[in-house]
Ligand binder design. Structure first.
Ligand code: ADE
Ligand code: ZN
Length: 323
């Protein structure tokens, strides 16, 4: 097996809803009596061709309709953890989208029960420690984010951080300053998607206005030299998702990924899968595809793996034990 698959690593940018394989979409649809607008598993898989972030999000939100009960969320998370273990993942910081479920009539308590039932024993069953990060859907706006923050309150013992995701352009990070301030004041970790499709200005806002500890994607930072200096100087990690960037056409092909420019600037980069069911590979496959396309030395992969633990929210002693 290749080094990219076997290296012990942390995955820090993973939407649990984006791990749902077409087979699971169909089996949950049957279990829950949900009618799907696709005839077969192959028919669904054939739709995994995207023009941009929005065309992906349309299918991502549509397929979520099959997730209805706590058991569904447990099964989904168990399936991810089993797959992640095969690819060397020892620690995973997992995003979920509360609003995408509550807006469909699935109670937040059902979602939380299902996720935590799986995560509670992830270390014993899969050898993977975990953290959970609740993301706000930026296209629903800052008021909705604030009211979602209120509904999260009874569940904060299970939530380690908050994030910001969904359609980026036109929804700048600074709008979400109030909810991020509340989350920081409550002692939660904070991250945000920025600079995936959006401009470098959004990355500046994520770090300066929201105070994020990591930037999710952040690839458009290469367009702004002062921003690269800032990210490198502060050692603010970027959670880069190479196969996602190509599939969503943020990058024309893997061999032209801006990652080498980020590394040359001294930015701390981690490699992640984002929505692996949709983008043709889990985290190990992101490592191997990137190595092949960019002709990276094994030492660079080892650096990514070590930095994935350094960029995690694990306590220092646990982090060091994994590197
Ligand atoms: N939600 C799931 N995947 C996403 C991505 N790549 N960007 C923004 N929001 C997302
Ligand atoms: Zn993402």
């Amino acid at each position: 097996m290749s080094l990219g698959l076997t290296l012990p690593k942390a995955e820090l940018h993973l939407h649990i809803e984006g791990t749902i394989e077409p087979e699971l979409v169909f089996s949950l649809a049957r279990r829950n009596g949900v009618e799907l607008p696709f005839a077969t598993v192959d028919d669904l898989r054939r739709r995994y061709v995207f023009d941009d972030l929005q065309s992906f999000l349309d299918l991502y939100y549509l397929s979520m309709a099959v997730l209805r009960t706590a058991q569904d969320f447990t099964d989904l998370t168990d399936a991810y953890l089993a797959k992640a273990r095969e690819q060397g993942v020892r620690h995973a910081e997992i995003f979920f989208d509360p609003q995408a479920h509550v807006s469909r009539g699935v109670p937040l308590a059902e979602v939380m029960t299902g996720l935590t039932e799986s995560l509670r024993t992830s270390r014993e069953r899969f050898g993977i420690s975990t953290r959970l990060i609740a993301c706000f859907l930026r296209d629903l706006g800052p008021q909705e984010a604030l009211s979602t923050w209120e509904t999260l309150q009874p569940h904060l013992e299970h939530i380690d951080g908050i994030g910001l995701d969904s359609a980026e352009v036109g929804h700048p990070p600074q709008l979400f300053e109030p909810v991020f301030t509340r989350a920081r004041d409550a002692g939660l970790h904070v991250v945000a998607h920025a600079g995936e499709e959006g401009p470098p200005e959004y990355v500046w806002q994520a770090i300066d206005v929201l105070g994020v500890e990591r930037v999710d994607h952040g690839i458009r930072s290469v367009e702004d030299g002062a921003l690269l200096k800032r990210l490198a100087g502060d050692r603010t990690p970027l959670t880069v998702c190479p196969l996602s960037n190509v599939r969503l056409r943020c990058v024309p092909e893997l061999s032209r990924h801006p990652l080498p420019r980020l590394l040359d600037a001294g930015v701390l980069v981690t490699i992640n899968s984002d929505d692996p069911s949709y983008f043709g590979g889990y985290v190990g496959e992101n490592f191997t595809a990137l190595q092949e396309a960019l002709k990276l030395d094994d030492s660079v992969l080892r650096q990514f793996a070590a930095d994935s633990f350094r960029a995690s929210f694990l306590p220092e002693a646990e982090r060091d034990a994994l590197i």
